[in-house]
Design a binder for this molecule. Structure first.
Ligand code: HEC
Ligand code: HEC
Length: 327
């Protein structure tokens, strides 16, 4: 960036010179026009203006009066004003102007001021436990407004999701539904990708799709599922032998009823043939910690939020016998 120049919106310097030249030419032309008109002398007292020809409509005549001086001076002043303006403010191509004013900066300043004002409202909840924030009606209301502004375009106004965008109101989570997991999804964003073509052709994908339906205990074509079972080996590495997925890595559970891309045979086949890549943009940098905290509590409180995993000791019925050898 050149000192004294605004961040260039122009892709090449050509447009900078092009616009600056047109602006300067406009001013010079006005000056020349005024000058050429001021060479017509004002009328001396008692002198008659020249009568122009022809005469219209019987008696309509035009006199060649010189321009009034005050009127000319007003235009000279306007030109001076224009030049001073162009020195102080941006206008000559990408020259930023002496004051360095820019509409982008004005917007940024305004945003900083408003953010600081709102932050006073958000501040009391910062650092509070997410589940406690989720239970607070005022926090919920503010979280709802934030959600409508920043999240609804993808997740829907009530968080119900859409094809490709997960439902945030159910208790099925791609990346985990404990308070910290939900917050991490929002803070860092999430990207999960499945390559396409893993089951061979469309027929192969259809077979595996039926095996996926079988795993989930849903209506399926038994013959297709039988051949699909073998091909599911290509999937087990990510989705698990039982198809239950792996939350920590964002490999979805294929046996529940929560589908990001649809659970019909056709939709599952499409997922397998084409592959899938969902992208949730990271929010921390844009929104700041306080807003993200409120949003995490709001989303957690939409109905699907899960209790944080107990640290120790492990829940007795969750511990497999092999993991807890008898003393
Ligand atoms: C550009 C679209 C988009 C926007 C905007 C967006 N999200 Fe997402 N979000 C996604 C997608 C897509 C996923 C799933 C990512 C994947 O498939 O890997 C997701 C996933 C999530 C998850 C994890 C869900 C789970 O099942 O684990 C949470 C929580 C979430 N988003 C919350 C939010 C919040 C809160 C906002 C607003 C600040 C937001 N999202 C804005 C597209 C978006
Ligand atoms: C490299 C890891 C990986 C492999 C191998 C893999 N998947 Fe996936 N799969 C994913 C990820 C990650 C997603 C989620 C993509 C997203 O969030 O956008 C996914 C999504 C899906 C979905 C969409 C789920 C929904 O909620 O709509 C289906 C169906 C699916 N996989 C089936 C399969 C089948 C069948 C195979 C084997 C042919 C397979 N996957 C192989 C990682 C994998």
């Amino acid at each position: 960036m050149i000192e004294g120049y605004a961040v260039p919106d122009f892709i090449s310097d050509f447009w900078h010179y092009y616009i600056a030249a047109i602006t300067a030419a406009g001013i010079l032309f006005s000056l020349w026009l005024l000058k050429s008109q001021s060479s017509v002398k004002p009328l001396a007292p008692g002198e008659q203006a020249e009568l122009m020809h022809p005469v219209w409509d019987g008696d309509l005549q035009e006199l060649n009066n010189p321009l009034p001086r005050w009127w000319m001076w007003m235009f000279y002043l306007l030109i001076v004003f224009g030049i001073v303006y162009l020195v102080i403010f941006p206008g000559m191509g990408k020259y930023a102007g002496m004051l360095g004013w820019s509409s982008a900066q004005e917007w940024q300043d305004e945003k900083t001021r408003v953010d600081a004002e709102f932050d006073k409202e958000f501040q009391p909840f910062a650092g509070q436990d997410l589940m406690a924030v989720a239970a607070d009606p005022k926090a919920k209301e503010m979280g709802g407004h934030l959600f409508l502004t920043y999240c609804s375009q993808c997740h829907g106004s009530s968080g119900q999701g859409a094809t490709g965008f997960p439902d945030l109101t159910d208790n099925k989570w791609l990346f985990g539904g404990a308070p910290d997991d939900v917050k991490a999804s929002i803070v860092n964003g999430r990207v999960a990708e499945m390559p396409g073509g893993l089951a061979g052709d469309v027929q192969g994908a259809k077979e595996v799709a039926n095996y996926v339906l079988l795993l989930g205990g849903k209506p399926h074509d038994a013959a297709l599922a039988a051949t699909g079972k073998e091909k599911f080996a290509a999937c087990a590495g990510c989705h698990g032998e039982d198809g239950k997925g792996m939350k920590a890595a964002g490999f979805p559970d294929l046996t529940d009823d929560a589908w990001q891309y649809g659970g019909s045979e056709a939709a599952i086949t499409e997922s397998i043939v084409k592959g899938r890549k969902g992208g949730m943009p990271a929010q921390l940098e844009q929104l700041g910690e306080n807003k993200v905290h409120l949003l995490a509590a709001y989303v957690w409180g939409l109905g699907g939020g899960q209790k944080p995993a107990p640290v120790a000791p492990p829940v007795p019925d969750a511990a497999a016998p092999a993991a807890a050898p008898a003393q």
